[in-house]
Design a protein around this ligand. Structure first.
Ligand SMILES: Cc1cc2nc3c(=O)[nH]c(=O)nc-3n(C[C@H](O)[C@H](O)[C@H](O)COP(=O)(O)OP(=O)(O)OC[C@H]3O[C@@H](n4cnc5c(N)ncnc54)[C@H](O)[C@@H]3O)c2cc1C
Length: 166
C-alpha cells in the first residue's frame, strides 16, 4: 500500500507519522511546497514580541526526523494536478523546475489554508512572493515571521496596523 499525503504541516506531519506507526510496511510519501514543517504559528506573536528568542523552539519535527521514521519527504515540491481516475499526481520540483508524476493507492489532502487578501485597493502587487505590496505581510509561515521581525528593525517603522483580530 502506498499512501501520498499532500501538505506536511500539522495535519500532514501527524498523518504520515500515524500511518507509519500503525503499519510500518506502508509506503508513506509526502509532498510540501514549503521548506519547513510543523511550524507553530501560534508562536509568531511571542517570537515577534521577543518572548521566544530562538524560533527553533517553534518546531516539533523536521523533514530529517520524518525520514528517520521511514517516511519519504519531498519538500519544495508543488502538487499541481490530481488525476483521480488513474490515481496519479502531477508534481513540480520548485528548485529545479522539473515536473513529474507519482502514483498512489490512497491519498490524503492535508493542504490546509491560506490567508485571504481582503478586497482592498492597493494591497496586491504582482511578482512578489505572496502577491502583497512591499511593507504588507501575512502572518502564517515561519518565513513571514522572519520578514515581520526584519521589517520592525527599520528605524522608520513607527506605526503598525494589524488587519484581522483573530
Ligand atoms: C498566527 C496564527 C496563530 C495560530 N494560533 C493557533 C493556536 O493558538 N492554536 C491552534 O490550535 N491553532 C492556531 N493556529 C491555527 C493552526 O496554525 C492551523 O490550524 C494549522 O496550521 C492547520 O494545519 P494544517 O496542516 O491543516 O494546514 P497548514 O498549516 O495550512 O498546512 C498545509 C500545508 O500544505 C502545503 N500545501 C498546500 N497546498 C499544497 C500543494 N498543492 N502542494 C504541496 N504542498 C501544499 C502547505 O505548504 C502547508 O505546509 C494559528 C494560525 C496562525 C496563522
Amino acid at each position: 500500500m502506498k499512501v501520498i499525503v499532500i501538505g506536511c504541516n500539522h495535519a500532514g506531519t501527524w498523518a504520515v507519522k500515524t500511518l507509519k506507526a500503525v503499519d510500518p510496511s506502508c509506503q508513506v510519501v509526502t509532498y510540501d511546497r514549503n521548506d519547513n514543517i510543523s511550524f507553530l504559528a501560534c508562536g509568531i506573536a511571542l517570537w515577534v514580541g521577543g518572548v521566544v528568542k530562538d524560533p527553533k523552539g517553534l518546531f516539533y519535527a523536521t523533514p530529517e526526523s520524518l525520514k528517520d521514521e521511514g517516511i519519504e519527504v519531498h519538500m519544495g515540491h508543488d502538487v499541481m494536478k490530481i488525476d483521480w481516475a488513474n490515481k496519479k499526481l502531477h508534481v513540480k520540483d520548485l528548485k529545479t523546475g522539473k515536473e513529474f508524476e507519482d502514483n498512489y493507492d490512497k491519498l490524503i489532502l492535508a493542504s490546509g489554508s491560506w490567508p485571504i487578501t481582503p478586497p482592498i485597493e492597493g494591497l496586491k502587487q504582482e511578482g512578489t512572493a505572496y502577491g502583497l505590496k512591499k511593507g504588507i505581510f501575512f502572518s502564517k509561515l515561519y518565513q513571514q515571521g522572519q520578514e515581520i521581525i526584519e521589517e520592525l528593525k527599520r528605524p522608520d517603522v513607527k506605526k503598525v496596523m494589524v488587519v484581522g483580530a483573530g
